[in-house]
Design a protein around this ligand. Structure first.
Ligand code: URP
Ligand code: ZN
Ligand code: ZN
Length: 470
Protein backbone atom coordinates (compact mmCIF):
# COMPACT_ATOMS: atom_id res chain seq x y z
CA UNK A 1 0.00 0.00 0.00
CA UNK A 2 1.34 3.42 -0.97
CA UNK A 3 0.05 6.49 0.87
CA UNK A 4 0.93 10.13 0.24
CA UNK A 5 0.07 12.49 3.09
CA UNK A 6 -0.10 15.86 1.46
CA UNK A 7 0.09 19.38 2.85
CA UNK A 8 0.34 18.73 6.57
CA UNK A 9 2.64 20.06 9.28
CA UNK A 10 5.06 17.38 10.36
CA UNK A 11 5.78 17.45 14.10
CA UNK A 12 8.84 15.66 15.39
CA UNK A 13 10.40 15.91 18.84
CA UNK A 14 12.93 18.47 17.61
CA UNK A 15 10.88 20.66 15.26
CA UNK A 16 7.77 21.21 13.14
CA UNK A 17 7.84 21.83 9.40
CA UNK A 18 5.53 21.74 6.40
CA UNK A 19 6.10 18.62 4.32
CA UNK A 20 4.46 15.81 2.41
CA UNK A 21 5.08 12.28 3.67
CA UNK A 22 5.24 9.30 1.33
CA UNK A 23 4.78 5.80 2.71
CA UNK A 24 5.31 2.55 0.88
CA UNK A 25 5.50 -1.04 1.98
CA UNK A 26 5.24 -0.19 5.66
CA UNK A 27 7.97 2.44 5.69
CA UNK A 28 8.24 6.20 5.28
CA UNK A 29 10.19 6.52 2.03
CA UNK A 30 10.24 10.29 1.61
CA UNK A 31 9.53 13.47 3.57
CA UNK A 32 9.70 16.65 1.53
CA UNK A 33 8.13 19.44 -0.42
CA UNK A 34 5.51 18.77 -3.08
CA UNK A 35 6.12 15.04 -3.44
CA UNK A 36 4.55 13.37 -6.50
CA UNK A 37 1.91 10.75 -5.87
CA UNK A 38 3.02 7.41 -7.36
CA UNK A 39 0.45 5.67 -9.58
CA UNK A 40 -2.17 3.96 -7.41
CA UNK A 41 -1.18 5.79 -4.23
CA UNK A 42 -3.88 6.81 -1.79
CA UNK A 43 -3.58 10.55 -1.26
CA UNK A 44 -4.66 11.96 2.11
CA UNK A 45 -5.21 15.69 2.29
CA UNK A 46 -3.57 16.77 5.56
CA UNK A 47 -4.15 20.49 5.04
CA UNK A 48 -4.61 22.09 8.47
CA UNK A 49 -3.55 18.91 10.24
CA UNK A 50 -0.47 17.90 12.21
CA UNK A 51 1.36 14.79 11.01
CA UNK A 52 3.02 13.09 13.99
CA UNK A 53 4.72 9.79 14.82
CA UNK A 54 2.19 7.25 16.07
CA UNK A 55 1.95 7.10 19.82
CA UNK A 56 3.83 4.45 21.75
CA UNK A 57 2.27 3.32 25.02
CA UNK A 58 5.09 1.83 27.10
CA UNK A 59 2.78 0.32 29.70
CA UNK A 60 -0.25 -1.84 28.86
CA UNK A 61 -1.74 -5.10 30.09
CA UNK A 62 -3.79 -6.83 27.39
CA UNK A 63 -5.38 -10.18 28.24
CA UNK A 64 -3.67 -10.09 31.63
CA UNK A 65 -4.57 -12.80 34.14
CA UNK A 66 -4.54 -10.76 37.37
CA UNK A 67 -6.14 -11.04 40.81
CA UNK A 68 -8.14 -14.10 39.82
CA UNK A 69 -9.56 -12.77 36.59
CA UNK A 70 -8.50 -11.67 33.09
CA UNK A 71 -8.64 -8.17 31.65
CA UNK A 72 -11.43 -7.31 29.22
CA UNK A 73 -9.26 -6.10 26.37
CA UNK A 74 -7.23 -8.74 24.62
CA UNK A 75 -4.36 -7.96 22.27
CA UNK A 76 -6.71 -7.37 19.34
CA UNK A 77 -9.35 -5.18 21.00
CA UNK A 78 -6.79 -3.30 23.07
CA UNK A 79 -4.39 -2.48 20.25
CA UNK A 80 -7.33 -1.65 17.97
CA UNK A 81 -8.59 0.84 20.58
CA UNK A 82 -5.08 2.28 20.63
CA UNK A 83 -5.14 2.80 16.87
CA UNK A 84 -8.43 4.70 17.21
CA UNK A 85 -6.62 7.05 19.57
CA UNK A 86 -3.45 7.46 17.51
CA UNK A 87 -1.33 4.93 19.42
CA UNK A 88 0.33 2.52 17.01
CA UNK A 89 2.67 0.55 19.29
CA UNK A 90 2.56 -0.83 22.80
CA UNK A 91 5.03 -2.36 25.20
CA UNK A 92 3.07 -4.87 27.24
CA UNK A 93 4.25 -7.06 30.13
CA UNK A 94 4.98 -10.76 30.34
CA UNK A 95 4.29 -11.59 34.00
CA UNK A 96 5.38 -15.11 34.96
CA UNK A 97 3.86 -16.64 38.06
CA UNK A 98 6.48 -17.15 40.77
CA UNK A 99 8.31 -20.41 39.94
CA UNK A 100 7.14 -20.28 36.31
CA UNK A 101 9.90 -20.22 33.71
CA UNK A 102 10.38 -16.80 32.12
CA UNK A 103 10.71 -18.39 28.68
CA UNK A 104 7.50 -20.37 29.10
CA UNK A 105 5.60 -17.22 30.12
CA UNK A 106 7.19 -15.24 27.29
CA UNK A 107 6.07 -17.83 24.73
CA UNK A 108 2.55 -17.83 26.16
CA UNK A 109 2.32 -14.03 25.87
CA UNK A 110 3.78 -14.14 22.35
CA UNK A 111 0.97 -16.52 21.40
CA UNK A 112 -1.72 -14.32 22.91
CA UNK A 113 -0.31 -11.25 21.17
CA UNK A 114 -0.41 -12.72 17.67
CA UNK A 115 -3.84 -11.22 17.14
CA UNK A 116 -2.59 -7.65 17.80
CA UNK A 117 -3.72 -5.02 15.33
CA UNK A 118 -0.78 -2.74 16.13
CA UNK A 119 2.90 -3.37 16.78
CA UNK A 120 3.89 -4.69 20.20
CA UNK A 121 6.88 -5.51 22.33
CA UNK A 122 7.34 -6.91 25.84
CA UNK A 123 8.94 -6.02 29.13
CA UNK A 124 9.38 -9.27 31.09
CA UNK A 125 8.70 -9.31 34.84
CA UNK A 126 11.11 -10.94 37.26
CA UNK A 127 8.84 -12.28 40.00
CA UNK A 128 11.19 -14.85 41.57
CA UNK A 129 14.81 -15.91 41.36
CA UNK A 130 16.95 -18.92 40.67
CA UNK A 131 19.60 -19.93 38.13
CA UNK A 132 17.02 -20.57 35.42
CA UNK A 133 15.73 -17.01 35.75
CA UNK A 134 19.30 -15.76 35.37
CA UNK A 135 19.74 -17.91 32.26
CA UNK A 136 16.33 -17.02 30.75
CA UNK A 137 17.06 -13.30 31.11
CA UNK A 138 20.09 -13.90 28.89
CA UNK A 139 18.05 -15.78 26.30
CA UNK A 140 15.37 -13.10 26.27
CA UNK A 141 17.89 -10.34 25.65
CA UNK A 142 20.19 -12.15 23.25
CA UNK A 143 17.69 -14.15 21.24
CA UNK A 144 14.28 -12.54 21.64
CA UNK A 145 14.71 -8.79 21.58
CA UNK A 146 13.73 -8.04 25.18
CA UNK A 147 15.74 -5.16 26.66
CA UNK A 148 13.76 -4.35 29.80
CA UNK A 149 12.79 -6.29 32.91
CA UNK A 150 9.98 -5.33 35.28
CA UNK A 151 9.94 -5.64 39.06
CA UNK A 152 6.75 -5.26 41.08
CA UNK A 153 7.76 -3.93 44.49
CA UNK A 154 4.11 -4.37 45.55
CA UNK A 155 1.56 -7.22 45.37
CA UNK A 156 2.90 -9.21 48.35
CA UNK A 157 2.08 -12.93 48.28
CA UNK A 158 1.70 -12.74 44.52
CA UNK A 159 4.25 -11.23 42.14
CA UNK A 160 6.21 -8.95 44.50
CA UNK A 161 9.99 -8.78 44.06
CA UNK A 162 11.87 -8.29 47.34
CA UNK A 163 15.24 -6.53 47.66
CA UNK A 164 17.20 -9.73 47.04
CA UNK A 165 15.43 -10.21 43.71
CA UNK A 166 15.89 -6.54 42.81
CA UNK A 167 19.62 -6.69 43.50
CA UNK A 168 20.19 -9.94 41.61
CA UNK A 169 18.02 -8.98 38.68
CA UNK A 170 19.39 -5.42 38.34
CA UNK A 171 22.94 -6.85 38.36
CA UNK A 172 22.01 -9.39 35.68
CA UNK A 173 20.35 -6.65 33.61
CA UNK A 174 23.59 -4.64 33.67
CA UNK A 175 25.55 -7.65 32.39
CA UNK A 176 23.07 -8.03 29.55
CA UNK A 177 22.65 -4.38 28.65
CA UNK A 178 18.97 -4.37 29.63
CA UNK A 179 16.94 -1.78 31.53
CA UNK A 180 15.43 -2.62 34.92
CA UNK A 181 12.00 -1.09 35.51
CA UNK A 182 9.99 -0.97 38.73
CA UNK A 183 6.45 -0.57 39.99
CA UNK A 184 7.45 1.42 43.05
CA UNK A 185 5.25 0.78 46.09
CA UNK A 186 6.44 -0.78 49.35
CA UNK A 187 4.45 -4.01 49.25
CA UNK A 188 4.99 -4.81 52.94
CA UNK A 189 3.57 -1.45 53.98
CA UNK A 190 0.64 -1.74 51.57
CA UNK A 191 -0.14 -5.16 53.04
CA UNK A 192 0.06 -3.82 56.60
CA UNK A 193 -2.14 -0.82 55.82
CA UNK A 194 -4.69 -2.98 54.01
CA UNK A 195 -5.03 -5.17 57.12
CA UNK A 196 -5.35 -2.03 59.29
CA UNK A 197 -8.14 -0.68 57.09
CA UNK A 198 -10.07 -3.94 57.19
CA UNK A 199 -9.64 -4.15 60.98
CA UNK A 200 -11.12 -0.66 61.26
CA UNK A 201 -14.11 -1.81 59.22
CA UNK A 202 -13.04 0.18 56.17
CA UNK A 203 -13.87 -2.38 53.51
CA UNK A 204 -14.95 -0.16 50.60
CA UNK A 205 -12.96 1.37 47.72
CA UNK A 206 -12.44 4.58 49.73
CA UNK A 207 -9.87 2.60 51.75
CA UNK A 208 -7.82 1.75 48.65
CA UNK A 209 -5.89 5.07 48.48
CA UNK A 210 -5.52 5.09 52.29
CA UNK A 211 -3.68 1.77 52.06
CA UNK A 212 -1.31 3.11 49.42
CA UNK A 213 -0.32 6.66 50.52
CA UNK A 214 2.35 8.62 48.63
CA UNK A 215 5.02 7.87 51.27
CA UNK A 216 4.74 4.17 50.40
CA UNK A 217 5.46 4.95 46.75
CA UNK A 218 8.21 7.45 47.56
CA UNK A 219 10.06 4.96 49.77
CA UNK A 220 10.02 2.26 47.10
CA UNK A 221 11.13 4.67 44.37
CA UNK A 222 14.01 5.88 46.55
CA UNK A 223 15.02 2.30 47.41
CA UNK A 224 15.00 1.18 43.78
CA UNK A 225 17.03 4.26 42.85
CA UNK A 226 19.58 3.51 45.60
CA UNK A 227 19.92 -0.09 44.44
CA UNK A 228 20.31 1.06 40.83
CA UNK A 229 22.95 3.55 41.96
CA UNK A 230 25.06 0.93 43.72
CA UNK A 231 24.70 -1.54 40.87
CA UNK A 232 25.35 1.26 38.41
CA UNK A 233 22.42 0.65 36.14
CA UNK A 234 19.94 3.03 34.56
CA UNK A 235 16.42 2.63 35.95
CA UNK A 236 12.93 3.28 34.59
CA UNK A 237 10.13 3.87 37.12
CA UNK A 238 6.63 3.13 35.83
CA UNK A 239 3.46 5.04 36.71
CA UNK A 240 4.99 7.76 38.93
CA UNK A 241 1.89 9.15 40.64
CA UNK A 242 3.04 11.47 43.41
CA UNK A 243 5.45 14.23 44.38
CA UNK A 244 7.41 11.90 46.70
CA UNK A 245 8.56 9.50 43.97
CA UNK A 246 9.02 12.33 41.48
CA UNK A 247 11.27 14.09 44.03
CA UNK A 248 13.35 10.92 44.36
CA UNK A 249 13.82 10.83 40.58
CA UNK A 250 14.59 14.55 40.40
CA UNK A 251 17.22 14.26 43.14
CA UNK A 252 18.86 11.25 41.51
CA UNK A 253 19.00 12.95 38.13
CA UNK A 254 20.44 16.08 39.68
CA UNK A 255 23.27 13.86 40.93
CA UNK A 256 23.88 12.47 37.47
CA UNK A 257 22.04 9.18 37.88
CA UNK A 258 20.25 7.92 34.79
CA UNK A 259 16.69 7.45 36.06
CA UNK A 260 13.63 7.72 33.83
CA UNK A 261 10.06 8.36 34.94
CA UNK A 262 6.76 7.41 33.35
CA UNK A 263 3.47 9.13 34.16
CA UNK A 264 -0.03 7.93 33.30
CA UNK A 265 -2.54 10.13 31.50
CA UNK A 266 -5.01 9.19 34.22
CA UNK A 267 -2.75 10.32 37.06
CA UNK A 268 -2.35 13.69 35.35
CA UNK A 269 -6.05 14.53 35.11
CA UNK A 270 -8.14 12.32 37.42
CA UNK A 271 -8.01 13.07 41.15
CA UNK A 272 -8.62 11.01 44.27
CA UNK A 273 -12.14 12.37 44.87
CA UNK A 274 -13.32 9.45 42.70
CA UNK A 275 -12.87 7.11 45.67
CA UNK A 276 -15.38 9.07 47.75
CA UNK A 277 -18.20 8.23 45.33
CA UNK A 278 -20.82 6.24 47.26
CA UNK A 279 -21.65 4.24 44.15
CA UNK A 280 -19.43 1.14 44.41
CA UNK A 281 -19.26 0.70 40.63
CA UNK A 282 -17.93 4.23 40.18
CA UNK A 283 -15.41 4.09 43.01
CA UNK A 284 -14.22 0.54 42.26
CA UNK A 285 -13.95 1.39 38.57
CA UNK A 286 -11.13 3.73 39.55
CA UNK A 287 -9.27 1.25 41.74
CA UNK A 288 -5.78 0.95 40.37
CA UNK A 289 -2.30 1.05 41.87
CA UNK A 290 -0.84 3.46 42.61
CA UNK A 291 -4.19 5.17 43.17
CA UNK A 292 -5.33 8.49 41.77
CA UNK A 293 -3.92 11.34 43.88
CA UNK A 294 -4.86 14.84 45.00
CA UNK A 295 -4.55 17.87 42.72
CA UNK A 296 -1.26 18.92 44.41
CA UNK A 297 0.34 15.70 43.20
CA UNK A 298 -1.15 16.20 39.74
CA UNK A 299 0.42 19.65 39.55
CA UNK A 300 3.78 18.17 40.58
CA UNK A 301 3.50 15.52 37.85
CA UNK A 302 2.84 18.17 35.21
CA UNK A 303 5.88 20.06 36.43
CA UNK A 304 7.92 16.86 36.25
CA UNK A 305 6.84 16.32 32.67
CA UNK A 306 7.51 19.92 31.69
CA UNK A 307 10.81 20.04 33.53
CA UNK A 308 12.19 16.85 31.98
CA UNK A 309 12.24 14.64 35.06
CA UNK A 310 9.34 12.55 33.73
CA UNK A 311 9.89 11.27 30.24
CA UNK A 312 7.09 9.12 28.96
CA UNK A 313 3.32 9.02 29.21
CA UNK A 314 1.53 5.70 29.40
CA UNK A 315 -1.83 4.30 30.42
CA UNK A 316 -1.28 1.05 32.33
CA UNK A 317 -4.29 -0.02 30.22
CA UNK A 318 -5.73 -2.87 32.29
CA UNK A 319 -9.50 -3.06 31.93
CA UNK A 320 -11.91 -4.83 34.23
CA UNK A 321 -15.71 -4.59 34.02
CA UNK A 322 -18.13 -3.94 36.88
CA UNK A 323 -18.84 -7.66 37.33
CA UNK A 324 -15.12 -8.29 37.82
CA UNK A 325 -14.66 -5.35 40.19
CA UNK A 326 -17.60 -6.74 42.23
CA UNK A 327 -15.24 -9.45 43.52
CA UNK A 328 -14.18 -6.81 46.05
CA UNK A 329 -17.68 -5.70 47.09
CA UNK A 330 -17.03 -6.59 50.75
CA UNK A 331 -13.25 -6.28 50.75
CA UNK A 332 -11.49 -3.55 48.76
CA UNK A 333 -8.26 -5.59 48.64
CA UNK A 334 -10.01 -8.03 46.30
CA UNK A 335 -11.07 -5.42 43.72
CA UNK A 336 -9.03 -6.21 40.59
CA UNK A 337 -6.56 -3.32 40.22
CA UNK A 338 -6.59 -1.61 36.86
CA UNK A 339 -8.12 1.02 34.57
CA UNK A 340 -8.16 1.71 30.82
CA UNK A 341 -6.94 4.63 28.73
CA UNK A 342 -5.05 3.49 25.64
CA UNK A 343 -7.65 5.07 23.37
CA UNK A 344 -7.73 8.38 25.21
CA UNK A 345 -4.11 8.99 26.23
CA UNK A 346 -3.08 11.15 23.26
CA UNK A 347 -6.28 13.25 23.32
CA UNK A 348 -6.07 13.79 27.07
CA UNK A 349 -2.39 14.76 26.81
CA UNK A 350 -3.02 17.17 23.97
CA UNK A 351 -6.03 18.77 25.59
CA UNK A 352 -4.63 19.09 29.10
CA UNK A 353 -1.02 19.56 27.96
CA UNK A 354 -0.83 21.42 24.66
CA UNK A 355 -4.05 23.42 24.90
CA UNK A 356 -3.02 24.77 28.29
CA UNK A 357 0.47 25.74 27.11
CA UNK A 358 2.20 23.18 29.31
CA UNK A 359 3.56 21.32 26.30
CA UNK A 360 4.45 22.41 22.78
CA UNK A 361 3.41 20.07 19.96
CA UNK A 362 7.03 18.86 19.73
CA UNK A 363 7.10 18.20 23.47
CA UNK A 364 3.84 16.29 23.04
CA UNK A 365 5.58 14.07 20.47
CA UNK A 366 8.49 13.60 22.87
CA UNK A 367 6.34 12.40 25.74
CA UNK A 368 3.89 10.33 23.73
CA UNK A 369 6.33 8.65 21.34
CA UNK A 370 9.94 9.77 20.76
CA UNK A 371 11.26 9.50 24.33
CA UNK A 372 9.81 6.02 24.73
CA UNK A 373 11.39 4.93 21.44
CA UNK A 374 14.76 6.30 22.58
CA UNK A 375 14.64 4.94 26.13
CA UNK A 376 13.68 1.46 24.92
CA UNK A 377 16.04 1.50 21.95
CA UNK A 378 13.69 1.40 18.96
CA UNK A 379 14.47 4.90 17.70
CA UNK A 380 14.48 5.95 14.84
CA UNK A 381 12.48 2.96 13.63
CA UNK A 382 9.71 4.37 15.82
CA UNK A 383 9.14 7.81 17.32
CA UNK A 384 9.96 10.03 14.35
CA UNK A 385 8.62 11.04 10.95
CA UNK A 386 11.70 10.48 8.80
CA UNK A 387 12.76 8.53 5.77
CA UNK A 388 13.37 4.90 6.75
CA UNK A 389 11.15 4.95 9.85
CA UNK A 390 8.14 2.65 10.18
CA UNK A 391 5.04 4.22 8.65
CA UNK A 392 3.26 4.60 11.99
CA UNK A 393 1.64 8.01 11.74
CA UNK A 394 -1.21 9.93 13.28
CA UNK A 395 -2.90 12.90 11.60
CA UNK A 396 -4.09 15.31 14.21
CA UNK A 397 -6.84 17.92 14.09
CA UNK A 398 -6.03 20.46 16.80
CA UNK A 399 -9.48 22.03 16.39
CA UNK A 400 -11.47 18.78 16.46
CA UNK A 401 -13.48 18.01 19.57
CA UNK A 402 -14.84 14.93 21.24
CA UNK A 403 -16.52 13.87 24.46
CA UNK A 404 -14.78 10.81 25.88
CA UNK A 405 -17.23 8.14 26.97
CA UNK A 406 -17.71 4.45 27.50
CA UNK A 407 -20.65 4.78 25.07
CA UNK A 408 -18.39 5.58 22.14
CA UNK A 409 -15.12 3.85 23.06
CA UNK A 410 -13.72 0.99 20.98
CA UNK A 411 -12.05 -0.50 24.03
CA UNK A 412 -14.02 -3.36 25.58
CA UNK A 413 -15.49 -3.06 29.03
CA UNK A 414 -18.12 -0.94 30.65
CA UNK A 415 -16.08 1.85 32.24
CA UNK A 416 -14.07 4.87 31.22
CA UNK A 417 -12.02 6.83 33.76
CA UNK A 418 -12.27 9.90 31.48
CA UNK A 419 -16.07 9.65 31.22
CA UNK A 420 -17.66 12.91 30.04
CA UNK A 421 -14.35 14.71 29.56
CA UNK A 422 -14.42 17.06 26.58
CA UNK A 423 -11.22 17.24 24.60
CA UNK A 424 -10.04 19.51 21.82
CA UNK A 425 -7.42 17.93 19.59
CA UNK A 426 -8.25 14.53 18.11
CA UNK A 427 -6.80 12.02 15.65
CA UNK A 428 -8.43 12.03 12.22
CA UNK A 429 -6.34 9.28 10.57
CA UNK A 430 -4.02 6.61 11.91
CA UNK A 431 -1.57 4.76 9.71
CA UNK A 432 -0.04 1.64 11.19
CA UNK A 433 2.69 -0.32 9.40
CA UNK A 434 1.87 1.65 6.26
CA UNK A 435 -1.87 0.86 6.29
CA UNK A 436 -4.68 3.29 6.93
CA UNK A 437 -6.42 1.78 9.95
CA UNK A 438 -8.48 4.68 11.31
CA UNK A 439 -10.22 7.38 9.31
CA UNK A 440 -12.59 10.03 10.65
CA UNK A 441 -14.04 7.81 13.37
CA UNK A 442 -14.07 4.62 11.33
CA UNK A 443 -11.78 1.87 12.65
CA UNK A 444 -10.39 -0.62 10.15
CA UNK A 445 -8.06 -2.49 12.50
CA UNK A 446 -6.95 -5.85 11.21
CA UNK A 447 -6.52 -8.76 13.57
CA UNK A 448 -2.94 -10.05 13.39
CA UNK A 449 -1.54 -7.12 11.41
CA UNK A 450 0.65 -6.00 14.33
CA UNK A 451 4.24 -7.19 14.47
CA UNK A 452 6.42 -8.19 17.38
CA UNK A 453 9.12 -5.52 17.73
CA UNK A 454 12.49 -6.72 18.92
CA UNK A 455 14.40 -4.18 21.00
CA UNK A 456 18.19 -4.55 20.94
CA UNK A 457 20.20 -4.41 24.15
CA UNK A 458 22.00 -1.23 25.16
CA UNK A 459 25.53 -2.59 25.07
CA UNK A 460 27.48 0.60 24.27
CA UNK A 461 25.77 2.67 26.97
CA UNK A 462 26.05 -0.06 29.59
CA UNK A 463 29.68 -0.78 28.74
CA UNK A 464 30.47 2.89 29.15
CA UNK A 465 28.85 2.89 32.57
CA UNK A 466 30.71 -0.23 33.67
CA UNK A 467 34.03 1.18 32.51
CA UNK A 468 33.41 4.32 34.55
CA UNK A 469 32.87 2.10 37.58
CA UNK A 470 36.01 0.02 37.15
O1 URP B 1 -3.57 -1.24 39.07
C1 URP B 1 -2.78 -1.56 38.20
N1 URP B 1 -1.85 -0.72 37.89
N2 URP B 1 -2.92 -2.75 37.59
C2 URP B 1 -2.04 -3.34 36.67
C3 URP B 1 -0.82 -3.92 37.29
C4 URP B 1 0.19 -2.86 37.62
O2 URP B 1 0.45 -2.63 38.79
O3 URP B 1 0.75 -2.25 36.73
ZN1 ZN C 1 2.11 -1.33 38.34
ZN1 ZN D 1 0.91 -1.98 34.95
Amino acid sequence: MTILIRGGTVVNADREFKADVLCDNGKIIAVGDKLDAPVGAEVIDAGGLYVMPGGIDPHTHMQLPFMGTVTQDDFFTGTAAGLAGGTTSIIDFVIPNPQQSLMEAFNTWRGWAEKSAGDYSFHVAVTWWDDTVHADMGKLVNEHGVNSFKHFMAYKNAIMADDEILVKSFARAVELGAMPTVHAENGELVFLLQQEMLKQGKTGPEAHPLSRPPVVEGEAAQRAIAIANVINTPLYIVHVSCAESLDAITRARAHGQRVFGEVLAGHLVVDDSVYKNKDFVQAAGHVMSPPFRSSQHQEALWQGLQGGNLHTTATDHCTFCAAQKAAGKDDFTKIPNGCGGIEERMMVLWDAGVNTGRLTPSEFVKVTSANCAQIFNIYPRKGVIAEGADADIVLWDAAGTKTLSVKTQFSKGDFNVFEGRQVKGIPTHTISGGKLVFKQGELMAEMGAGRYIKRPSFSPMFHALNKMRA
